[in-house]
Write a protein that binds this ligand. Structure first.
Ligand SMILES: [Zn+2]
Length: 390
């Protein structure tokens, strides 16, 4: 196809250190270059080999332009927000930059891993590489490298929801046979959103299984075997010591009982915290009902609420929070302590002093609930009021 610079539809590329963009801000282009350089260094360390120059990146400001480009460069874009083209006119990574930063980073790393995979397999044997392995490695490192970033939750949420999506499919029997995830035509032909999501999620979990069961380098060892001319089943057998059939049945058994280790630990902690928050809520409810009823004998009633709150504080002290939730744990402790102080002031009729604590009590309570809610949301845990379903 001949490209016309005069066409209004065609983006005019501005060059900046290997990143070209049309209507994308320079700040984004600079970030993309930095992220790509880092991803390359990270992958070199993981693989313990030099990977050479990073591919050029073409950032476009919208999906329509990206679709136009993919047609012009004869690439079937499939369902990704970007694509990687290894040869021909302007090879490189093409991305629609008009999206959230974490998404942009994810697509960039995903597409870059396709470049790495191709380098390892070599263009001659690229058709031997099953799509599920190519996509699975790209997804695996998109998440792995993302979890090391300053805002890991932006990567954790799609990772966990994808992993459990694949697990449910394995349990319900709707998971794909791996033989149907091998070639690009079949892959790109699936049009149902659930099927599209599942093929990526399943490929991701296949590679995760391979990495956890046979070693982190095992997916790349398979790629190296393919680069020597082995067909896929042979490459797999040589690299990880099992047949394709054994690998697939092992994967199904593994994923059917799989649980995210971080998520299970966090879930137990949240359940304990939820119980204590419910107990403190109950104290508040009893106090409100008591005040409304106009009953006397305040001192004794307050004594009971203070005792209950002290018990909450003692129980919390015996719970060890997961590393990532030490701040939340401390916030919960401060909230319960403040509540106890407020109740003590109420008991001795220091109404004014007690009332002064109410704004802080409310802020602390909202803050804990908000943080707890978003931490559940990120891990696809029940009990989050944020509307989300995988
Ligand atoms: Zn891909």
């Amino acid at each position: 196809m001949v490209l016309s610079r005069t066409s209004n539809e065609w983006p005019y590329w501005t060059r900046g250190r290997g990143v070209f963009s049309d209507d994308v801000t320079e700040a984004i282009a600079t970030d993309v270059q930095a992220r790509l350089t880092l991803a390359s260094a990270q992958m070199e360390q993981i693989l313990d080999i030099g990977l050479g120059a990073v591919p050029d990146v073409y950032l476009v400001g919208g999906q329509a332009t990206l679709d136009l480009l993919s047609r012009a460069t004869l690439v079937d874009i499939g369902w990704e927000g970007g694509y990687y083209r290894s040869h021909g006119f302007k090879p490189g990574i093409y991305i629609n930059a008009n999206r959230l930063r974490a998404d942009l980073e994810s697509i960039l790393v995903h597409e870059y891993i396709h470049h790495v995979n191709r380098e390892l397999v070599g263009s001659k044997y690229l058709p031997v590489l099953p799509i599920w392995l190519n996509e699975g490695i790209a997804e695996f490192y998109k998440y792995e490298l993302g979890l090391g970033r300053t805002r890991p939750d932006a990567f954790r949420r799609p990772m966990i929801s994808g992993a459990y999506n694949a697990k449910s499919a394995a349990i319900s029997g709707s998971i794909f046979p791996l033989s149907s995830l091998e070639n690009g035509a079949e892959w790109n032909n699936r049009a149902e959103p659930e099927e599209i999501a599942l093929q990526y999620d399943q490929s991701y979990m296949c590679v995760r299984y391979m990495a956890e069961k046979f070693g982190l380098s095992s997916p790349f060892n398979v790629l190296n075997e393919i680069s020597t001319g082995a067909d896929f089943p042979k490459a797999l057998r040589t690299a990880i010591g099992v047949t394709y059939e054994e690998f697939e049945s092992g994967f199904i058994s593994w994923i059917s009982v799989w649980d995210d280790p971080e998520r299970s630990g966090v879930q137990r902690y949240f359940q304990e915290l939820d119980v204590l928050l419910a107990k403190s809520h109950e104290v508040n409810k009893q106090r409100n009902a008591f005040l409304k009823s106009g009953a006397s004998n305040n001192y004794q009633a307050y004594g009971e609420w203070i005792a209950n709150t002290s018990e909450i504080i003692r129980t919390l002290a015996e719970v060890t929070p997961p590393e990532a939730f030490r701040d939340l744990h401390r916030d919960a402790d401060l909230y319960f302590e403040l509540m106890a102080r407020w109740l003590i002031l109420g008991q001795i009729d220091s109404v004014e002093e007690a009332n002064e604590l109410i704004p802080e009590l409310n802020v602390r309570k909202d803050l804990i609930n908000m943080n707890l809610d978003s931490a559940k949301f990120v891990r696809n845990l029940p009990g989050s009021s944020l509307s989300y379903s995988p």
